[in-house]
Design a protein around this ligand. Structure first.
Ligand code: M6R
Length: 605
């Protein structure tokens, strides 16, 4: 969703900001804008455009020079995508410029008051309210003007503010929407995502909620919204700038699918303890005694992360014998859930920013629950809010649809399940067996990736389908759910997932030659049951693609994947189906990295 980038220093700021906006494109947006100024009192110069960053670039005049600026990619919430609704927003005197991520909840009320006072609004946005409030403050400093405005604002924000009369600084503030400072040599940057910073600096400071900062070319300081100084020690970002390039692949999705052997290797690295047949997860902040007192585990996430959580719950139940389940965080927070002190809550999120997950975590913490995070983005809001947790170390995921992060999250859950299991009743022998299985994963993923040509041929056959069914049982069902989500997100083919056991309770009515079924058929204790489902489909002339450990006689196609331990098979069985979704969408000419209507991080309700 929305993205912010800002710079103050000596360099020509417009190209730098436009490049920063391009780095944020993956988050999803519908319009963009930039405002700049120079060291001399030249006033603010602004360009905004509906559409892509390249449309904005095309509108930037030749003599658009300056050394300080803020820029934004907008994903419309209040007011349609348009030039005028794009950020930055200026006051009528062109003195104050604001870019904003988040939502001002009391915008209507504030707008009405301002209009009653004679303020004329240029746009339909909630953000413009902030601009007018800052412009109307009579405080002597920009910092105080911003504070005055924030005092009356309810909602979430990450903002960056420039003022023509204070052109030696950018003032930023955070409440619920990320603001990251990039510390350079005689230059400072700010962004809502490290992607826009790391080409310039890897030294960053992530603001906390309720924190503000003033950036000058050679200095920065942080303080609370009530003005008290805070300490900010820059941290080094480990992700490489190159991770945000396609590295020879045609799409980020393809690149990220192919990175999975390395990514899984990273989530395992340094964590396995052969001596005790367990794993070390230092960040959990959960000692063995506490781990033994957990009576239930509730996993919360959205979309793909929810599906990873479903597999995670199964892993925890089978290895640690702790009752566990997963629920969409977006539903959980609205049903006034019973929060039980003996339940461990686990929030799962690639971005660590998804609003529904963050809000669920905050609600749980308010009620005194212990919440762990299973997160990819280091230092993200959910990681910071949680009492402990583990990073999944997938590296930056740029494609809107999640692939490598799903695989790494599920692998991280296998580590957590093993850890909890070994603290409780999982035997040394089973611990060893799981560790051996985990170690095999990267090579087995390599093997699956080699079947891409076969999958591409199968995808060509399915590309014309109107609708597809995905089925699996127990461990296979979340794999089916995730595979169906992947297909619908990027190909726009309608797809639904069912437990194979539920077929004859309804969905069997849909089966006919025009509705292909993708079946997850692992060689486990449910093999014969799964085969019976294939028989039922075949008897109704349904077409079947099986993902299995051996050729399936009843299937029209079988993608054979290597066998691992039963518990770990779901990690591998999802991978060919990522490729199936990819090649189906490619054959249909879809914009794979930026599917319609979707954003990488859903930071609003
Ligand atoms: O960043 P998160 O893992 O919290 O994101 C959750 C979902 O929005 C995300 O998984 C979404 O479903 C993706 N488009 C999946 O491909």
């Amino acid at each position: 969703m929305c993205g912010i980038v800002g710079y103050i220093g000596k360099r020509d700021v417009a190209p730098l900001l436009l490049e920063g906006l391009q780095r944020l494109e993956y988050r999803g947006y519908d319009s963009a804008g930039v405002v700049i100024t120079g060291p001399k009192a030249t006033g603010l110069k602004m360009v905004k455009a509906k559409g892509r960053v390249r449309d904005l670039e095309a509108k930037v005049p030749k003599r658009f020079t300056g050394t300080t600026g803020i820029a934004h990619t907008r994903w419309a919430t209040h007011g349609a995508p348009s030039d005028v609704n794009s950020h930055p927003h200026l006051d009528p005197e062109n003195k104050v410029a604001v870019v904003h991520n988040g939502i001002v909840d009391n915008a209507q009320e504030l707008r009405a008051k301002l209009e009653a006072d004679g303020v004329v609004f240029a746009s339909e946005t909630d953000t413009e309210v902030i601009t007018h409030l800052i412009a109307r403050s009579e405080a002597d400093t920009l910092e105080q003007k911003v504070r005055d405005a924030l005092k009356v604002i309810e909602g979430t924000y990450g903002i960056a503010v420039m003022h023509a009369d204070f052109n030696d600084r950018i003032v930023v503030a955070r409440n619920g929407s990320p603001v990251i400072l990039g510390i350079g040599e005689k230059e400072m940057l700010v962004a809502s995502d490290v992607a826009a910073l790391i080409a310039h600096t890897r030294q960053v400071v992530t603001l906390d909620d309720g924190e503000m900062a003033t950036l000058k070319a050679d200095d920065f300081r942080t303080y609370t919204t009530s003005g008290a100084s805070t300490t900010a020690t820059p941290e080094t970002v480990e992700w490489e700038a190159a991770s945000y390039d396609m590295g020879g692949h045609d799409t980020f999705m393809h690149k990220e699918i192919s990175e999975q052997p390395d990514a899984v290797d990273r989530v395992l690295r340094g964590r396995i303890d052969d001596r005790f047949s367990t794993v070390h997860l230092g960040g959990l902040n959960l000692d063995p005694r506490e781990a033994r007192t957990i009576r239930r585990i509730k996993i919360l996430g959205c979309g793909t992360s929810y599906h990873a959580g479903l597999i995670g719950a199964g892993l925890i139940e089978s290895m640690a014998r702790i009752p566990a389940d997963a629920e969409p965080a977006s539903e959980f927070r609205y049903r006034n859930p019973v929060v039980d002190p003996d339940t461990l809550y686990i929030a799962v999120s690639q971005s660590g920013e998804t609003y529904d997950v963050l809000a669920a975590v905050q609600e749980l913490k308010r009620k005194g629950a212990r919440v762990l995070g299973v997160v990819n983005v280091v230092g993200s809001a959910i990681a910071r809010e949680a009492d402990g947790g583990m990073y999944v170390h997938a590296g930056p995921e740029v494609c809107v649809v999640s692939t490598k992060c799903f695989t790494n999250t599920v692998t991280a859950f296998a580590l957590l399940a093993l850890h909890l299991g070994r603290v409780r009743d999982l035997s040394v022998t089973d611990g060893k067996r799981i560790i051996e299985g985990l170690r095999k994963l990267p090579a087995q993923i390599e093997e699956i990736l080699k079947t891409e040509e076969q999958i591409k041929e199968i995808a060509a056959e399915y590309a014309g389908a109107q609708s597809m069914m995905f089925i699996g049982r127990v461990r296979g069902y979340p794999v089916a759910l995730e595979a169906s989500l992947k297909l619908k997100e990027i190909s726009y083919i309608h797809a639904e997932a069912y437990p194979a056991s539920e077929l004859k309770h309804g969905p069997l009515a849909l089966i006919e030659p025009a509705l292909p079924t993708v079946a997850i058929v692992p060689d486990d204790d449910l093999l014969e049951k799964n085969r019976a489902a294939l028989e039922e489909i075949k008897a109704r002339s349904g077409r079947i693609l099986a993902v299995a450990h051996q050729e399936q006689a009843k299937a029209d196609h079988t993608i054979v994947v290597p066998k691992n331990e039963d518990e770990l098979d779901p990690i591998l069985m999802g991978i060919p189906l990522q490729l199936l979704a990819y090649h189906t969408a490619l054959a249909m000419g879809r914009d794979i990295d930026k599917p319609r209507n979707l954003a990488k991080s859903v930071t609003v309700e």
